[in-house]
Design a protein around this ligand. Sequence first.
Ligand code: GUN
Length: 296
Amino acid sequence: MSATIIDGKAFAGKVREKVAGHVSRLKDGHGITPGLAVVLVGEDPASQVYVRSKGKMTVEVGMKSVEHKLDVETSEADLLALIARLNADPDIHGILVQLPLPKHLNEDLVINSIDPAKDVDGFHISNVGLLGTGQKSMVPCTPLGCLMMLRDHHGSLSGMDAVVIGRSNIVGKPMAQLLLGDSCTVTIAHSRTKDLADVVRRADIVVAAVGRPEMVPGDWIKPGATVIDVGINRIERDGKTKLVGDVDFASCAAVAGAITPVPGGVGPMTIACLLANTVTAACRANGLAEPEGLTA
Ligand code: GUN
């Protein structure tokens, strides 16, 4: 194996430390405690795990964590009323509505009812538009985490060829915008892309975000390329449950220059960036200089 392993777990720890420093500054210097509200509708087990973990880390960096756990049958009107209350609450600087929502709720309508300044997921249509036009916005957490790791590893990304595999609104599309913002030449590949192997082989940076276990083999990777694996897939192997990414780690690590592992790569960066976005939102809401290195 030749690739440098990009340790997302350690990097996320450093980001949380930085966030905690800014939280102390806001508290001690300005009497402001950044507050994050997480809204969970229903009892999806994976979502419950995420929400618990978000709450714990929010408190660990010194911020206020508020959780609203709503019944699976909650009406759209009741959910919108809760969001309106959180939008108006000056102690709440970030609002996250855990997705997916139950089928009877219109996800776009709900997300777009969040005050864009408090939309720490960066999913509101205003933030999507601001990011797309290169303006200051709230940036989706997973792609922001990937960008931070890439910048840390490479310094400048200017002029690099990047391929993003996957075109989701949560990862693929914002990732492509961020890489474009850092002057990469960007290709977005997806399920209908002709000769995906050929497209990936041209890339200096490969971001895999498709949700298909180990679908990228090492012989698609240009020697020395950087591979960012966003996938978190649970598979059964040798009678055991195992977490694997969207790339075949062993064969890709043999060719790549650097690679993120699963687990311990992109995953821990997502929550760290959620906390970073919340402290950024709290600074902006109070007209204070925002932290450096925690935004795009
Ligand atoms: N569900 C899975 N990932 C996410 C995320 O990043 N944000 C929200 N709101 N829901 C999710």
